[in-house]
Design a protein around this ligand. Structure first.
Ligand code: ATP
Ligand code: MG
Length: 456
């Protein structure tokens, strides 16, 4: 290799120092901008990381909600099926019980040896039929076609009573703690069913800790679900204040495969003598029926937490409520009332007339439709039953809306036609009331439909 001449190396040295000088001056002049750019990039990076974490969190929430939604749709389907069967079965059972009772009356009048034997057999029939009746009642509760007797109740004292009852059946190896964040909370509910919820969830927690002992915590917390809460939207709940009854245990917890089935009727992991698998199905049915929902968190070996959300009643107390009931609002509007059951029609007509309304009562939906065809402006409001021969309430509403598009409507439904906000609004109904209808309910519904509020 040829050695570079002195001149060449001097030139190279000069070039290096010029470049170095250039770089230094470039770095110097760009330094603040470079720093600025670096910190911008760092910030963008942090924002990106935060966004990724947020997205992951949102995805987890969405996954959980999807599972809950699937579960609730599945329960809805099983409920509708079971409820339909239970309804028909109830009618058959009524006949069995009725005839058995009649037969027993006739054999009991003269109790010869033969007749006494028949009477005993009939007793057996009645006992079995009564068991079947209770079973049907459970299924109807689960499928939400049976509402119990609702009244304004203080959920805190119900929970305290429930805890006392639980303490008497749960052994001392299990510690029980209560943590009530609220002093009073009124819920419009059936107190017996609220007890059922606490007892079912409590005994499940006890069973999960039976071998090992552990801790059972019952909490009451108040919360508010806003209109934008994903739970409100996906589970069709009403926005507003809710009370959460939370029952947690430190027991064995559940695998995902079990978790997915726990609300199914007759699903149990217990042996035949200790579980029927109806406990959580009942809880689910009752809570849904009260306008709430149940959520559950559990991991194998990590215990379980059940949360029951129940809508809080805005009304303060029974006295205030009684006052309200007595001051129901009336009006003078012209109402068209349709129900194929004479007794119901008569009662509703008398209630509404008593409130000052001009009521035209029709037994047949076809006749009601003919009246509207004759004079579309003759009525201010239609109140119709749902199930009627020839033309049901929804069909009547549709036919009338063709003649008078803005006709306000109230739909009265029985427990057999499961109705919810979504189904009602699908047929263009904003107000629906469940039979048997009270004077207060119908009066409120009429005013709410006619002027958007039920208050006088
Ligand atoms: N707290 C809990 N910890 C662990 N597993 C539970 C818990 N609660 C419920 N499970 C599981 O869910 C199943 C269904 O519960 P569910 O209350 O519906 O029926 P059950 O307790 O088996 O019977 P039943 O309540 O009719 O006596 C249980 O068999 C059990 O496997
Ligand atoms: Mg149970």
């Amino acid at each position: 290799m040829q050695k570079p001449s002195d001149e060449e190396s001097a030139r190279a040295q000069l070039r290096e120092s010029i470049i170095g000088l250039g770089e230094r001056s470039i770095r110097k002049s760009y330094y603040p901008e470079l720093q600025q750019r670096i910190s911008e990039l760092e910030q963008a990076n942090a924002e990106l990381l935060f966004e990724i974490a947020e997205r992951k969190r949102a995805e987890q929430v969405r996954d959980r909600l999807e599972i809950q939604l699937r579960q609730s749709q599945k329960m809805e389907a099983i409920g509708a099926l079971a409820g339909g069967i239970a309804h028909d079965f109830n009618n058959i059972l009524s006949a069995i019980i009725g005839y058995a009772e009649l037969a027993q009356i006739s054999v009991n009048t003269d109790c010869s040896e033969e007749r006494c034997r028949v009477s005993k057999d009939l007793q057996g029939v009645l006992q079995a039929a009564t068991r079947a009746k209770n079973l049907v009642k459970q299924i109807l509760t689960f499928s939400r076609q049976q509402t119990g007797e609702r009244k304004l109740i203080e959920i805190v004292s119900i929970a305290r009573d429930g805890l006392k009852m639980l303490r008497s059946i749960i052994p001392q190896t299990i510690e029980m703690r209560e943590n009530f964040e609220i002093e009073e909370a009124m819920v419009m509910a059936d107190p017996t069913q609220m007890h059922q919820i606490i007892m079912n969830l409590g005994t499940n927690a006890y069973h999960a800790m039976r071998e090992t002992g552990g801790l059972l915590v019952v909490e009451l917390v108040q919360t508010f679900l806003s209109k934008n809460d994903p739970k409100i939207q996906s589970l069709h709940l009403a926005p507003g204040p809710y009370v959460i009854l939370r029952i947690s245990d430190s027991g064995m917890g559940m695998e995902r495969a079990v978790l997915e089935r726990i609300f199914d009727p007759y699903f149990t992991t217990k042996d035949k003598d200790s579980g029927t698998g109806m406990g959580l199905a009942m809880v689910h049915g009752i809570v849904k029926n009260h306008g709430g929902y149940v959520s559950v968190y559990s991991e194998p070996g990590q215990g379980s937490t059940f949360q029951v959300y129940l809508p809080l009643s805005v009304r303060k107390g029974p006295e205030e409520n009684a006052e309200k009931e007595s001051e129901v609002c009336g009006g003078t509007e012209r109402l068209l009332l349709v129900d194929d059951e004479k007794a119901v029609l008569e009662i509703e007509q008398r209630i509404l007339q008593g409130l000052g309304y001009q009521v035209t009562a029709m037994l047949k939906p076809q006749d009601a439709l003919a009246l509207v065809e004759k004079d579309p402006e003759a009525f201010d409001l239609l109140i119709t039953d749902m199930t009627m021969p020839g033309m049901n309430g929804a069909q009547l509403i549709q036919a009338i809306r063709k003649i008078r598009v803005d006709m306000p409507v109230i739909l009265c439904t029985g427990f057999s036609e499961l109705m919810n906000e979504a189904k009602a609004s699908a047929i263009g109904v904003r107000q629906y009331i469940l039979k048997p209808v009270t004077r207060f309910e119908i009066a409120m519904a009429v005013r709410r439909t006619l002027d958007g509020q039920g208050e006088c």
